[in-house]
Design a protein around this ligand. Sequence first.
Ligand code: AMP
Ligand code: GLY
Length: 420
Amino acid sequence: MNIMVVGGGGREHAIIKKLRENKEIETIYALPGNGGIAADARCVPVSATDIAGICSFAQSHSIDYAVVAPDDPLVLGAVDELAKLGIPSFGPCKNAAIIEGSKVFSKNLMKKYAIPTAEYEVFSDMEQALAYIESCPIPTVIKADGLALGKGVIIAQTREEAKDAVRSMMQDKIFGESGSNIVIEEFLTGPEVSVLSFTDGKTVVPMVSSMDHKRALDNDEGLNTGGMGTVAPNPYYTKEIAEQCMKEIFMPTIAAMNAEGRTFKGCLYFGLMLTPKGPKVIEYNCRFGDPETQVVLPLLESDLLTVMQATTNGTLADTEIKFSDKSACCVIMASEGYPKKYEKGFAIEIPAETADSVYVAGAVLEKGVLKTSGGRVLGVTATADTLSQAIDEAYNKVKTVRFANAYYRKDIGKKAMEAK
Ligand code: AMP
Ligand code: GLY
């Protein structure tokens, strides 16, 4: 079989490494992949948003199954276009990917189907949004409607900050057209949990829960990033809460999407906050989370390709999906300065005994030397019987990976340990 994975980050590397356990797969192509992924797949210089390029590559290379991993190609309709060529894919169609592509859509969906989420108002007129801020509860949360590289959320601690956020989105268009419509919502508190799930539009199978660490600095300080580390499972997410989420959030979301004629297949990611009033949805993603995937997939014991194909074929109910009861910790090694300015082009040394545990996100191969090329450079994951061991082992492995200007948080998993 020939498989094509669209995307080129740590998430895609984790997907590819897991797929490689299936010996029936002959070739895995990564579009575009990266310098580190090149060790595990054939990287092809086609951008993840070049839908026509992706389709013509798939056709000319007899691709049997495609995995569309990032949000942009899903929202642009890559799965639909591949289907027109008879190529089955993992991921939702365009009309279902909107659950991530438009916050206005997802908030209205949750309201219509009584799925617990923060109270909110939608604005397309800046003056009305500014007037609303005069009397809304503070802190408040301002969200751009469309995709904004995961940066379209501003938590405002004062009315002035909230107004600045509205102006920057609606007038200065810091997130481009994504900010033409905005959502202003209630500020929620409580531990955050990421639950990725496999779904074929009928059955939903939650994967092991996880916890992201979005801020750049220790103790959840500093700027928001694409994620500085993850642990799984998330100890705040108890069996009782999981059952409640299945009943009040997961199944109702699948049913709501069906009722809207937008059946969702692929990985549906529930970003949850466990508030004093129960679990609420902070966001949906139409794809695997990054870096959640780097702790969740190492704990998957079943064959990933079989599970993915079952989501496409609608046979998930008949497919065994087993996760190990171990724990995992992933520490992201970034370039000093990320998410602001950083230097790149530094050689990366990964000892052979650590290579299996490394998922590369931002690196290029130059004359056979792997060099840093991005803010988040790579993730190092360890799995162990207990969370505490997984954390220790991940940090021990991190110490064996070397590149100039490397930066990583020292407290990944600390909050999770406090829950125990
Ligand atoms: P998102 O880009 O939607 O994942 O949001 C980024 C982060 O903002 C989330 O992980 C939360 O930590 C925070 N956030 C988003 N919405 C809210 C909310 N309504 N209340 C409190 N924090 C929020
Ligand atoms: N880790 C959050 C995301 O993938 O959006």
